[in-house]
Design a protein around this ligand. Structure first.
Ligand SMILES: [Mg+2]
Length: 385
């Protein structure tokens, strides 16, 4: 049972409460929540709940499963054309979607750019949405860049995006530590890159590791212990193309031997288009290595955990029901949007193709799917007519 809840973290106890609130008052909207997502919402700490609460939850899951089945059947009956996408519909009326949404959250790689190249039509699409008064935010699991570095990347591609409109999982890691009052006299060990360093520094935390440990080696031989800092109170693991055995040893020792040391994962993405068309191992592979050596479940702060969404909803006072998450991955972007109660739009310009969406193994369906973000430009004509 515990294995089903691996991506979850203690800070999500609020989401756990939300499940019970939904149980008392299930609405047609919440009944669209896939069972898998419900499982994701429950925190690791649910096992510490009373047996009565656990029993309630299991009853709720059974009830929700029936609602889901009814919803899916009704949707299929009402719209035979969506059979190809099962629970997802092709976006045929972008104007209507835009009308219903106040805030758009965009994943970046595979949505705004791909392999570092801007997708044609994206600047015009963002301009159109801004002219319509929509708030725009960019939410990425890329932890190699800080918000400032991402802003520079946007600018280098001719997109004028403000720093506060960008959320990276490196920012989420620092934000999470801040949110739990992580003591500033403690240190953070980084298996990751400069983005995490910059965000931790900006949040006032001391850190070590990162690219600086990229060339270090462990000496193998009798009695060759690795010295590690006993003041490390958290290890943050993200994508790290300087990963080496020294870092794995250091992170393992801190987590296993420093009492109370936290294990934080910026994200668990298995693969990504790191520089081009090929899919290469992503942050989840580094997380998996430390997870194996420590037998600990990390606290995940990137998508699909809703830390970044909760942060911006609170900071900018935005209603999640008026948000739409646009992304190219089902297991991060679409689950993230669904976990937060947003509308979701899958674009087929990145990792997920139509074959994957329609595959019998797939259990995650966005509200809509379309080829690429600039398809929203069609709304201009509809609205002008
Ligand atoms: Mg992406």
């Amino acid at each position: 049972m515990r294995e089903q809840f691996l991506c979850l973290a203690d800070f999500r106890t609020e989401a756990f409460s939300a499940v019970f609130r939904s149980q008392r008052n299930p609405s047609p909207t919440s009944s669209r929540m896939p069972l898998f997502r419900l499982q994701l919402i429950v925190t690791n700490s649910w096992q510490t709940k009373s047996s009565e609460e656990v029993k309630d939850f299991r009853a709720f899951v059974r009830c929700r499963q029936k609602l889901d089945e009814r919803y899916q059947a009704a949707a299929m009956e009402a719209n035979g054309s969506c059979v190809a996408g099962k629970g997802a519909s092709l976006l045929t009326d972008p104007a209507q979607l835009i009308k219903e949404v106040e805030t758009f959250l965009f994943d970046v790689d595979g949505v705004i750019w791909r392999g570092g190249k801007l997708i044609e039509g994206v600047p015009e699409t963002l301009d159109m949405l801004r002219a319509m008064g929509k708030k725009l935010f960019f939410v990425t699991n890329n932890s190699t860049k800080s918000r400032r570095m991402l802003q520079e990347k946007f600018r280098s591609l001719g997109l004028d995006i403000r720093e506060e409109e960008v959320f990276s999982s490196a920012f989420a890691a620092a934000g999470y530590l801040k949110s739990i009052g992580f003591p500033t006299e403690k240190k953070v060990y980084i298996v990751g890159e400069e983005g995490i360093q910059q965000e931790l520094a900006q949040a006032g935390f001391q850190y070590l590791g990162g690219p600086e440990d990229g060339g270090k080696k462990v000496l193998l031989g009798t009695g060759k212990n690795v010295d590690f800092d006993r003041d490390v109170g958290a290890v943050v693991v993200g994508f790290d193309h300087y990963i080496n055995y020294y870092k794995m040893v250091y992170a393992t020792l801190c987590i296993r031997e420093n009492p109370g040391c936290l294990f934080i994962a910026t994200n668990c993405d298995s693969v990504a288009h790191i520089i081009g068309q090929q899919e290469w191992p992503a942050g989840g592979t580094m997380v998996g290595s430390v997870r194996a050596s420590t037998a600990r479940t990390p606290i995940v702060v990137g998508k699909p955990a809703t830390f970044m969404m909760d942060y911006l909803a609170n900071k900018f006072n935005i209603s999640k029901s008026k948000m739409c998450m646009v992304g190219d991955r089902l297991d991060t972007d679409i689950l993230f949007g669904q976990a937060g109660g947003c509308k979701t739009l899958l674009v087929l310009s990145g990792v997920t193709d139509l074959k994957t969406l329609n595959s019998p193994e797939n259990t995650t369906y966005p509200d809509f799917y379309t080829n690429q973000l600039p398809d929203l430009l069609a709304a201009k004509k509809t609205m002008a007519a």
